[in-house]
Structures are given as structure tokens and as C-alpha cells.
Design a protein around this ligand. Structure first.
Ligand code: MN
Length: 265
């Protein structure tokens, strides 16, 4: 099985080497095509205004001056054009990708691009808490990741679906289990703007995170992580809301005879 791995934290990120170890435990045919620089928050962006450049950074490993989506396209359509990968893995992200995070995440987007190219794709992220000693539980994805990938590959997936795995901020033996979840929604905060001052006294700004969900609903990705479970959420690339579309069908018209356009169409 040929595996392409990417991430959004950049080719030098520790999470990528963790994902590489996971992939190598599944197959000998593993290829890295990852962004040259940190692309967290890049979402599904494409680089269209400047040329894509890439360089070899190791055996079967390339860094692209671009986004995670660029990397997967470069990987599938250029680096591995002789034989497409059977699986795309993206991550392991430094920090969770839960609830509305999935709309910003470059990690998820790497898996989105693989999915659009018809390749089964899995995103992985590690929840990183605020441990005073800076402990991060990378052993959790290392130990549990290979089995989860094999379990996911043992079942059929609906079309246009990717898998979003989040690991809790726990040592491997402390993880409570694995839960099939749905995308949640945080109920507080959201992103905000932090204003600071530069050397000259001029203001500059950072997008700030201050997001919590006091009591996430059962079966949500947020709940699973809060309860110490690994969360696996199948995400669908078609964003159409079917019930809303049904409602619109009975409301939208141009008025008068032109309503018939709908019937004619
Ligand atoms: Mn990231």
C-alpha cells in the first residue's frame, strides 16, 4: 500500500515524524510531501499567485513552498504520478481539530484534497493542553494510530468522506477508548482580535483563541475528547444542508409566469 503523508505544521514538525512512524508501521512505501513552512489555519487554500517550488529533504521526502492542499496535489500529480497513493494521512497536528476548527484546519484540508482526488484520507491531531512541564502525549497517536488506520480501512466509506481523528491529551494507557463522533460546536468565545503595540508604538494584531464548551453534547467530538476518548469523525465534503434546500424549494421564485422556469428546468 502506497501512503502519502502531509501536514500543516510544516515539514520539520515533530507531529509529521510521528505520522511517518505510524505510516511506516503499516507500509514500506511511504512518501512525505509537506509544506516548507507552518500552514496552520491555511484551510483548503491553493497557491495560485506565485509558482510552486519544492525540494527533496530526504529519502522519499519533499517540502513544498505552499499549502497542505498544494502538497497533496504535488504529491499525487507530480511526485507520485507513476502510481497514485492508496492512502493520504495528514498530521499529526500540534493541537486538536474539533468542532468548527475543521473549517480552518490545514490538516483537515490535506485530507480533503486527498478525498477529492479519490484517495481515502485520514487527518490526525493531538490535543495539547497547558501542561506546566510542556508534556505532550505523542506516544498516544504512535501507539493507537496504526490500529485505528487499519480498522478504518477495513470498512467501506461513503463517497466524498474523510476521517478526522483527534487524540486526547493523555498517555496511551490512560486513553479511555475510541468513539465514533459527530462534529460539535463550541458555545463560547470564538476567535477574537488581540491588539498589541510594536516598537514604534503602532498597533498590531493577532487572531486570538478563547474557546470552550462547558458541556459538549453526547456523541460530539468535543465530548469524546473531554471524556478522554479518541474521537473519530467521518466528515463529508458536500456541505449542502438537505433540509434547508427542501425549504428553499418551496420559497424561491422569480414571481409570475417565470415560476415555470423551475418546472421547465
Ligand atoms: Mn497545525
Amino acid at each position: 500500500m502506497r501512503i502519502l503523508i502531509t501536514n500543516d505544521d510544516g515539514a520539520g514538525a515533530h507531529g509529521l515524524s510521528v505520522l511517518h512512524q505510524i505510516a511506516k508501521s503499516i507500509s514500506d512505501d511511504v512518501w512525505i510531501v509537506a509544506p516548507e513552512t507552518n500552514q496552520s489555519g491555511a484551510s483548503h487554500a491553493l497557491t495560485l499567485q506565485v509558482p510552486l517550488r519544492y525540494r527533496e529533504i530526504g529519502d522519499h521526502a519533499f517540502a513544498v513552498r505552499g499549502t497542505p492542499a498544494d502538497c497533496v496535489i504535488m504529491g499525487v500529480k507530480h511526485v507520485l504520478k507513476d502510481k497514485a497513493p492508496d492512502l493520504v494521512l495528514s498530521g499529526v497536528n500540534h493541537g486538536s481539530n474539533l468542532a468548527e476548527d475543521v473549517t480552518y484546519s490545514g490538516t483537515i484540508a490535506g485530507a480533503m484534497e486527498g478525498t477529492l482526488l479519490g484517495i481515502r484520507s485520514i487527518a490526525m491531531s493531538l490535543t495539547i493542553g497547558f501542561d506546566p512541564e510542556g508534556r505532550q502525549h505523542w506516544k498516544s497517536p504512535l501507539e493507537h494510530g496504526p490500529r485505528l488506520v487499519e480498522q478504518l480501512l477495513s470498512v467501506d466509506w461513503p463517497e466524498s468522506t474523510l476521517m478526522n481523528i483527534n487524540y486526547p491529551d493523555l498517555a496511551p494507557g490512560d486513553v479511555k477508548g475510541v468513539a465514533a463522533t459527530r462534529q460539535g460546536r463550541r458555545d463560547q468565545g470564538g476567535l477574537h482580535i488581540q491588539e498589541r503595540s510594536d516598537t514604534w508604538g503602532d498597533p498590531y494584531f493577532w487572531v486570538g483563541f478563547e474557546r470552550r464548551r462547558a458541556d459538549p453534547p453526547k456523541d460530539s467530538d468535543l465530548r469524546a475528547i473531554a471524556d478522554g476518548f479518541i474521537s473519530v469523525t467521518p466528515l463529508h465534503l458536500n456541505l449542502t444542508h438537505e433540509r434547508a434546500r427542501d425549504t428553499l424549494g418551496g420559497v424561491l421564485s422569480l414571481g409570475g409566469d417565470r415560476n415555470r422556469l423551475k418546472d421547465a428546468g
